[in-house]
Design a protein around this ligand. Structure first.
Ligand SMILES: [Zn+2]
Length: 476
């Protein structure tokens, strides 16, 4: 590693603490002629493995997040290689880090490689390896965040370091951005960054984030590059029912709790309409064609008109979620004591809307379904649904990578969850969910589950593909 540092120390090794404006594009420095060096992939893989292990050991469980230490570690990693990097602390202990690998194409829009540093909680009792150990064993790196989303962050970071060290000059800048708070909606992460520091990425036109990846087709030989171009949006609601408070030995006919239970019951009986949006129709069509899937999926919208097929299709929860808005009660609360009747009872409802669904219409449908005006409905979280175009220079580059590296086709898709991409789509940045790794089914189960891990080989392949993708997109 020392040899690499010596090779690449350059005019860009400025201290961002001393000059906080090193990141914006305007401060572009003098470009030197490249001295292309071969990339030592074994070394890159070892370094990436060590970095991911260390990164996992930094407990960034959200809440509370505490991402700032991880942000500083990633910043140091960039600075050591002479790539300018800066951290922000939007709230005490929270963290964001960004770094800019400069290219030579002054007129080309830069690309953001986005990831998040925070992770969801993990209960050590349920895990084979302690979730914050970063254990490297049997060719796998174990721990919370290995796939969601520290592994992808390491792939993006190491790809930038590999390009810098090899002296490859791209014709556009590459920006690394790792945020906090994604798992809680991103208000203190990407949301804050987009609102307060948009000058850092004012030259960006493209973005890659979590939300898609490489999938093996059922013949286990061919692969598909699944690229998400849009997401469902959350409409989180709080339902509050009221009634007389009192002692449960002397109960009135109707209480806040009985009212709330009736409302929830009506809501669970209410079925949202089925709607096959363009990207979902296209996704099933492409997968059916590529993977010799059921012929009905060649035209899903038409097939779903058949009640028998519809029942079968909707019985899979993730398929159900792709073709309709979902309404899911998750939080319930009323009295804390068995013999006390509470004046209020409330429930939180996690609604997920397809792009194109109007939140106002959905709320009025919910009101109608409940049929009780005394139950108050408040919005906790909502943001506008925005999609990215399925054709762009970045999609063409992903398609080229797929064909060259894996004989794979690109399949655009919809993410049924939501990621930080919407914050950047709102800024008109073409944002795709695509990390070039093949997440195996067993690994996929670890995301927000137990025993999350990533293969060292998958990590290494991910970095190599990311370097290749940036070279294609950067005109090399
Ligand atoms: Zn994630």
């Amino acid at each position: 590693m020392l040899a690499f540092v010596a090779l690449t120390s350059s005019a860009f090794a400025a201290s961002p603490a001393a000059s906080p404006n090193v990141l914006p594009a305007e401060s572009r420095g003098v470009t030197q002629a490249p001295l292309p060096q071969p990339i030592n992939w074994d070394k890159v893989t070892q370094e990436a493995t060590d970095l991911l292990s260390k990164y996992i050991q930094m407990n960034t469980t959200n809440p509370p997040g505490n991402e700032i230490a991880a942000a500083r570690m990633l910043k140091e990693k960039f600075l050591t290689d002479g790539i300018p990097a800066t951290t922000w602390e939007p709230q005490h202990g929270r963290g964001i880090v960004a770094a800019r690998l400069r290219g030579i194409g002054k007129h080309n829009k830069s690309i953001i490689l986005l990831s998040h540093m925070d992770v969801v909680p993990a209960n050590p009792k349920e895990w084979e390896q302690p979730p914050f150990s970063g254990t490297v064993k049997d060719g796998k790196i174990w721990g919370r965040g290995a796939i969601d989303d520290k592994g992808p962050g390491v792939i993006e970071l190491m790809a930038m370091l590999a390009i810098k060290r090899a002296g490859i000059l791209l014709n556009r800048d590459v920006l690394f951005v790792a945020t906090g708070d994604e798992e809680e909606g991103g208000k203190n992460g990407a949301g804050w960054f987009v609102d307060h520091e948009s000058n850092v990425f004012s030259d960006a036109g493209f973005l890659l984030n979590e939300g898609g990846g490489i999938r093996a087709l059922t013949d286990n030989k061919r692969k598909a590059y699944v690229v998400s171009i849009t997401e469902k949006t959350p409409l989180w609601l709080k339902l509050t029912a009221s009634g007389p408070a009192g002692h449960a030995s002397d109960p009135p006919a109707e209480t806040a709790v009985t009212r709330l239970v009736r409302a929830l019951n009506k809501l669970s009986e209410y079925k949202t309409p089925i709607h096959v949006i363009g990207p979902v129709q296209d996704y099933y069509h492409s997968m059916a064609e590529l993977d010799h899937g059921p012929r009905q999926q060649l035209d899903l919208a038409a097939a779903l008109k058949d009640p028998e097929y519809q029942n079968k299709f909707l019985s899979d929860p993730s398929q159900n979620a792709r073709v309709r808005d979902t309404i899911t009660p998750t939080v319930l609360s009323a009295s804390q004591k068995t013999n006390v009747i509470s004046e209020t009872a409330y429930a939180e409802i996690d609604c997920r809307l397809l792009p194109g669904s109007d939140p106002k219409t959905v709320m009025s449908d919910i009101r109608k379904a409940i049929g009780d005006d005394t139950v108050k409905i408040d919005v906790i979280l909502n943001f506008p649904p925005i999609s990215s175009p399925s054709r762009s220079a970045l999609m063409t580059a992903i398609d080229s990578l797929g064909r060259m590296r894996d004989q794979a086709s690109v399949v655009p898709s919809l993410v049924i969850g939501f990621t930080d991409s919407h914050y950047f789509r709102q800024k008109k940045i073409v944002s795709y969910g695509f990390i070039p790794i093949e997440v195996l089914p067993a690994e996929g189960k670890g995301v927000h589950g137990i025993n999350e891990h990533i293969g060292v080989k998958e990590l290494a392949d991910g970095i190599q593909r990311m370097v290749q993708l940036l070279k294609i997109f950067g005109g090399q």
